[in-house]
Design a protein around this ligand. Structure first.
Ligand code: GLU
Length: 298
């Protein structure tokens, strides 16, 4: 994880410089969309399953982030790019759903369980860490990727070197309500040091305005903001947690969980998983991840 963190930071910095020099700053961060996945034709699923219901409806409601470059970002023309949105498209395709028939629903960190529990989405693919607290209300397919928490600061900051430096320096730290990083960081700071917003873009803007000194969340989310910052921000220290990303679904829907896991396995074998990475987060970190071992579906 240490090497991975360093390479991600270095590549982000280099890419930002190169693209800034070419005057193409806008093109970085959001990435591109991968080639459209092959959409399964004449799909047949056992009656009564979530797969059959979605295939019958001809549409799927997918919760994702709209403001996290590299993983889920919506452009002004409403196009969504990011590794999460590509994973969503791959699952939809296996259900016979064309990319343009997907109903994308914004899923802020604190609302993901509620969206699933209320049946407002069929699944959530949104930098969503699998953990036991969340498993009390939803189930998870995957994991399909493993991230880790880290820190982002202004580039001229030399006081903050990692989570252990936060308490002594009295740093003002920002994260997001309902996220795992907001909880994990309390091991290293006093609650009064923490500001919570709904979205990481609000933290990023507060960092730029000097209202906070640190933004903390997953390395891949912060790398997206660093890559868009024209050198204003940097990552510091190593990752200090493990954040396995799962696909949230209705609690206890074992058949849908197994279907998604099979789809992910096939996507890795066919090269669709790699293509999804390369077109998105791979623009910053070219090292294609391997699919982690799945948790049992329950
Ligand atoms: N992966 C972490 C979580 O699920 C942080 C990212 C996020 O808030 O989406 O809470």
């Amino acid at each position: 994880m240490r090497l991975r963190q360093l390479s991600l930071t270095a590549v982000a910095a280099t890419a930002a410089l190169v693209l800034a020099a070419c005057g193409q700053q806008e093109s970085i961060g959001g990435g591109d969309t991968a080639p459209a996945p092959d959409v399964a034709q004449d799909v047949q699923f056992e009656a009564g399953t979530t797969m059959a219901e979605i295939a019958e409806a001809g549409t799927i409601r997918i919760g994702t982030k709209f403001d996290q470059p590299l993983f889920g970002q919506r452009a002004l023309d409403s196009t969504l790019t990011g590794f999460d949105t590509e994973i969503g498209r791959i699952i939809a395709a296996q259900l016979g759903i064309e990319p343009d028939a997907i109903d994308w629903v914004e899923a802020p960190s604190a609302q993901r369980e509620t969206l699933i529990e209320r049946g407002e989405v069929d699944l959530v693919v949104a930098t969503y860490t699998i953990n036991d607290t969340r498993r009390e209300s939803v189930s998870f397919a995957g994991p399909y990727y493993q991230a880790g928490q880290t820190l982002m600061v202004r580039s001229d900051n030399t006081d903050i070197t990692g989570p252990e430096s936060l308490r002594a320096s009295g740093a003002r730290v920002c994260s997001v309500t309902g996220s795992t990083p907001a909880e994990n960081i309390l091991e290293y700071i006093d609650p009064a040091q923490l500001t919570l917003f709904e979205a990481y873009t609000q933290c990023r803007d507060s960092l730029g305005n000097n209202q906070v000194d640190v933004v903390t969340t997953d390395n891949v989310i912060l790398s997206g903001y660093v890559s868009e910052s024209d050198g204003a921000y940097k990552l510091v220290g190593e990752t200090f947690t493990e954040e396995p990303y799962g696909i949230g679904i209705t609690k206890g829907d074992v058949a849908f969980c197994e279907f998604i896991n099979e789809t992910l396995t096939e996507a890795e074998a066919s090269g669709a998983y790699e293509a999804a990475w390369t077109a998105t987060a791979g623009t910053i970190d070219p090292e294609v991840p391997t699919l982690p071992e799945f948790d049992p579906c329950s």
